[in-house]
Design a protein around this ligand. Structure first.
Ligand code: DAK
Length: 258
């Protein structure tokens, strides 16, 4: 599929890279861009050759938020009823692991989108923030929820009440970001990490993501039971037999995704 607001390509054999491509608008997340992002995510999720998805922007901006110009005149009913925001939810239905490679501005909806990914790799110039308060609104795509889970109540409160941004290093120290690298290499490092994930047994990787995400939604007891069911289920996969045989035979496993 060809796109106007993103670039989608496969790198390193099994990594599906989606790059936001509105550099003049600091990759502001317009409805058109979000529709294309949704389509590309669904396409990569369905492609058996892709093992991990990587979402990125450019060095100056991952994304400076939802497109303010596109929503400035919207009514509450527009926000509820139109396609303006519905495609944002697609990312939460993706079963394959998603890595975000973040540099520069990662604000508002950009930060919320990065937090909707499974792992964040940042450049030293990355800035994470929820500045919606400066526009007379509050975060609307998880900025008060996922951010609070990630950085704790006090830091989240300060960020959403004042619009203060976190540097990449601060974000790493809070656990929001996995790794911070110099700008020149952050993308290559993110691809390396995504390629490592993409090389794992595909079904196990998807179920691992599902199980970790359930920990945000279930009690510990329910989560442990859920994990056990997925664990049992993997013994029905060919890849479990292959992985354990390969260990015993001292060779590399040959995953089939079955
Ligand atoms: N939207 C539209 N255009 C933007 C933009 C944005 N978020 N951010 C930057 N731009 C545009 C600027 O308008 C400018 O365009 P021109 O004037 O050249 O045409 C161009 O990008 C370059 O920006 P600046 O000239 O401002 O560049 P500076 O280096 O001076 O400043 C900045 C960079 C990132 C500090 C500044 O641009 C800025 O403050 N941007 C706005 C950041 C922000 O407030 N972000 C939060 C937006 S609200 C939801 C889903 C999502 C959301 C809500 C609900 N649902 C599914 C329910 C999300 C909401 C938001 O993200």
């Amino acid at each position: 599929m060809t796109y106007e607001n993103i670039i989608a390509e496969i790198v390193d054999g099994r990594v599906g890279v989606i790059r936001f491509n509105r550099p003049k608008a600091l990759n502001a997340l317009s409805p058109e861009l979000m529709a294309e992002l949704g389509d590309a995510l669904v396409e990569f999720d369905a492609d058996p050759n892709i093992g991990c998805i990587l979402i990125t922007g450019n060095e100056r901006a991952f994304a400076a938020g939802a497109d303010i110009k596109a929503m400035a005149q919207a009514s509450a009913m527009d926000m509820v009823a139109t396609d303006l925001i519905s495609r944002w939810e697609t990312i939460h239905s993706i079963s394959k692991p998603i890595v975000a490679a973040v540099s520069g501005f990662c604000l508002g909806g950009g930060c919320e989108l990065a937090m909707s990914c499974d792992i964040i790799v940042a450049s030293e110039s990355a800035q994470f923030g929820q500045p919606e308060i400066n526009l007379g609104i509050i975060p609307g795509f998880g900025g008060t929820q996922r951010l609070t889970h990630a950085v704790g109540k006090s830091a989240a409160m300060e960020m959403v009440l004042t619009g203060r941004t976190l540097s990449a290093e601060e974000a790493r120290s809070y656990g929001l970001v996995n790794h911070v690298y110099p700008v020149e290499v952050y993308f290559a490092e993110a691809v390396k990490l995504a390629a490592k994930i993409a090389a794992q047994a595909p079904i196990a990787a998807r179920l691992a993501k599902e199980a970790v995400n359930k920990s945000f939604e279930m009690s510990l007891h329910e989560g442990l039971n859920y994990e056990r069911r997925l664990f049992h289920m993997l013994f029905a996969s060919e890849d479990q037999k292959e992985g354990m045989a390969a260990f015993i035979e001292k060779r590399k496993p040959n995953w089939t995704g079955k």
